[in-house]
Design a protein around this ligand. Structure first.
Ligand SMILES: [Zn+2]
Length: 491
């Protein structure tokens, strides 16, 4: 570090303080409550019918966001004239009917098993038991044309969530090795089987991949009978799949950016994110409101993102800033996952992700920051909240694992330091649940004064993060730090 005399230091501090005062003054004069209310009233209107992924109303919301970006003077993606990033999703439906027979034992569709992938087919194949279906389980085995039966997860990954996260990789391996299909034997008691079957029977959204369909089922084997059978006997299996559906769902992220003012910093980007989708319409009964407006989740965040873009366009920070409104968050963070796999700004040039999303709020004295102490921006968050009469606090429900449940995690998993800014939550209590993913989540029930302060706090925090002397990084020891070290070549 350069040597500073006390006088120089005091002068620098004084300059910083007056620059910050200036920007706060601008925030107070330029950010307008009525603009915030206007975005909210549009995005959370009944006319947009809950902004469901795949719906025309979500496209209208995307168009609205893109044209706001245009009006503020944001640039579209480099090399493009459009503010849209195409996101290719599919909607999967389990087969109308299916059957599995192993040896003499017949299993019942959606009671004993459920197909999660495949094409309409009837096939008979020899069964091969392959332990967990991991890399080493394939060694020295010829699985060509065999129907594999495996245990789910891995020896040390045995929660349903982990089953899910590893299953795609397992399927791919089985398919590449020429297997005819695969069954995983579900055992976990943690997630009751009937509940899981019901959940999986709903339409499931996924990122479109180019792998060919591959017959794949989960089969309940609580007592281990099926496992014993396939381990002990050479069995033959017959499956029938009829009426399986995988239909394309085109969707879009909305992207725009502003160039930084500092020659040395402008090649690196802060990316601000908010998902603009919600869960649409679900019939609640005759004459009952059935539109899930998603005012809190996440018209608030989308509005805040828009107003940040508007403010930054007039008050450009030192670093470049990208703005990303994500689709399909409610379908499993798919829009942000897509972006992180297909980044418009290379991720190693993206030094931070600042997300805004929330389940709702029940404490209008605070800002809840998910990941408050996980990166080097904590002080900025306290400053920004306090400037507008609020307090930045950690999320009070660590058991809800909120950090891994919003778009910030798509960036964190790639190593980009990321946090999520949310309206104040003191607990997941009745007051919160009254609105969380409910038709009651309407604009009329919002506290506009609070949201005005919320938006200004976010904008100010983002401004501070976009002007830091040193780029912020993970708090040492964070679970995503090692990914960051890889991404930025720090090791
Ligand atoms: Zn949300």
């Amino acid at each position: 570090m350069r040597k500073l005399t006390l006088l120089m230091m005091l002068a620098a501090l004084g300059h910083m303080a007056s620059a910050q005062k200036k920007i706060v003054k601008k925030l107070n004069s330029q950010v307008e409550k009525r603009a915030i209310e206007a975005h909210l009233r549009f995005l959370a209107s009944d006319e947009l019918r809950g902004r469901d992924t795949g719906s025309p109303e979500l496209d209208i919301a995307a168009m609205y966001i893109a044209q706001q970006f245009r009006s503020y003077g944001l640039k579209p993606a480099p090399g493009s004239e459009s503010y849209f990033q195409q996101v290719d999703l599919v909607k999967n439906l389990v087969p109308k009917t299916a059957s599995i027979k192993i040896g003499d034992k017949e299993y019942a569709d959606k009671k004993d098993f459920i197909f999660l992938d495949g094409v309409d087919t009837t096939l008979t194949a020899d069964v091969m038991y392959l332990n967990y279906g991991l890399e080493e389980d394939f060694e020295g085995k010829d699985v060509t044309g065999k129907f594999l039966v495996v245990k789910p997860g891995t020896p040390d990954k045995q929660s349903p969530r982990e089953y899910f996260s590893i299953t795609r990789e397992k399927r791919k391996r089985a398919q590449e090795n020429g297997a005819a299909g695969m069954i995983e034997l579900y055992k976990s008691a943690e997630f009751p089987w009937p509940f899981l079957v019901n959940y999986l029977s709903q339409p499931r959204f996924a990122i479109k991949d180019d792998t060919k369909p591959f017959p794949f089922a989960w089969l309940f084997d609580g007592a281990g009978e099926t496992e014993n059978m396939v381990v002990e006997y050479d069995s033959t299996l017959t499956v029938n799949i009829d009426g399986i559906v995988s239909e394309p769902v085109p969707s879009r992220n909305v992207f725009g950016w502003l160039e930084g003012t500092d020659e040395d910093k402008k090649d690196e980007f802060l990316i601000l994110t908010a998902h603009y989708d919600h869960v649409g319409v679900t019939y609640q009964g005759e004459g009952v409101d059935s539109i899930f407006n998603g005012a809190r989740d996440n018209a608030i965040g989308t509005t805040t993102l828009l107003e940040t873009a508007k403010f930054f366009a007039k008050n450009r920070p030192a670093y470049s800033v990208a703005f990303l409104a994500c689709t399909a968050e409610e379908k499993g963070l798919l829009g942000s996952e897509w972006y992180s796999e297909n980044p418009i700004i290379p991720l190693d040039k993206t030094y931070f992700n600042f997300n805004t999303d929330g389940a709702g709020y029940n404490d209008t004295k605070v800002i809840t920051v998910v990941g408050l102490e996980r990166t080097g921006v904590t002080e900025n968050l306290h400053t920004a909240a306090e400037t507008f009469g609020l307090k930045a606090k950690k999320d009070p429900v660590p058991e809800q694992n909120l950090y891994d449940r919003s778009d910030n995690v798509s960036f964190a998993a790639k190593g980009v330091p990321a946090i999520s800014f949310s309206p104040g939550v003191k607990a997941f209590d009745d007051e919160l649940m009254k609105y969380y993913h409910q038709p009651a989540d309407e604009v009329e029930s919002l506290d506009m004064d609070y949201l005005f302060s919320y938006a200004k706090s976010f904008i100010y925090a983002a401004y501070l993060i976009a002007n830091m002397d040193e780029k912020p990084y993970w708090t040492p020891g964070d679970k995503y730090e090692s990914e960051g070290n890889k991404l930025y070549g720090k090791e």
